[in-house]
Design a protein around this ligand. Structure first.
Ligand code: SF4
Length: 260
């Protein structure tokens, strides 16, 4: 069936099939350019800082491809960024994908709760993944610029209560985060379904100084994930969270050095 492209944001990247972008699903992935955060550890540097320098993927190509895959086995699509919710015409794009019979997962940094609520109210999203950057009381520190922490809290509360599938994720960055910061986030999200702890990737970073940071070892990440799981499960049973035993990660002084 031919279609007329609606007003929608430029697509800056397209992965036709992915096993890792929607937990438990095989999905296609659409990348939108631009972001209203500047997380120093971000590995989508060009997409965030210079989306105009990246070639557009024609929406006609995206639709033809998802039609081809849908006839076979993929009917899931992840809309990610950058930050998708900064685009006023996001509704047009997701509406188009929905009309093609796709289930949609939205990746967001939680800065625009009204957009997330609008998409939910219009029945346009089936899953939300929100990146939580660090403890809420110092949120601007993790995001590289001043952030409205109230809106981030509002997004978290909405996502936990709206009734569709969701995931919270946190990328753990040595020297930016102290180990106890991870557990503070877990405690702040107690009662949530999950908190996926991701390993920092230093290969490309928005702040070049961060590419010098070594990620935690696999063993350390396993330990952190186990402690987070413990804290989250105590929240589910109503038990009071206790701080796990902390290892040495980096001093406040080390953290400051990365911003010089
Ligand atoms: S990591 Fe931060 S800067 Fe990068 S896309 Fe996500 S919210 Fe934007």
């Amino acid at each position: 069936m031919p279609f007329t492209a609606p007003d929608c944001p430029a697509v800056k990247g397209f992965i036709e099939t992915s096993f890792v972008d929607w937990k438990g699903h095989l999905a296609s992935v659409l990348f939108l350019g631009g972001c209203n955060f500047r997380c120093p550890f971000c590995h989508n540097r060009d997409l965030v800082l210079n989306p105009g320098g990246l070639e557009d993927v024609p929406i006609e190509y995206v639709v033809a491809t998802i039609r081809k895959y849908r006839a076979q086995w993929i009917d899931n699509i992840v809309v990610t960024g950058g930050e998708p919710t900064i685009h006023m015409n996001l509704f047009g794009l997701i509406g188009l994908l929905k009309s093609e019979g796709m289930s949609i997962k939205l990746d967001t940094n939680g800065s625009n709760p009204s957009v997330v609520k609008g998409l939910f109210n219009d029945g346009l999203i089936d899953c939300i993944a929100m990146d939580v950057k660090g403890p809420l009381d110092r949120y601007s520190r993790w995001c590289g610029l001043n952030v409205n922490e109230r809106k981030v809290r509002e997004s978290i509360e909405f996502i936990m209560e709206c009734g569709i599938d969701y995931h919270f994720r946190m990328t753990v960055v040595p020297f930016l985060h102290r180990e106890e910061d991870v557990y503070t986030v877990a405690a702040e999200l107690q009662g949530a379904k999950d908190l996926i702890i991701q390993t920092f990737r230093p290969d490309v970073t928005l702040n070049p100084a961060f590419s010098r940071i070594k990620p935690f070892s696999a063993d350390k990440m396993t330990e952190i994930r186990a402690n987070v799981s413990d804290i989250m499960s105590k929240g589910k049973t109503g038990e009071q969270e206790r701080s796990p035993r902390l290892g040495t990660v980096g001093s406040e002084h080390d953290q400051e050095n990365l911003y010089q």
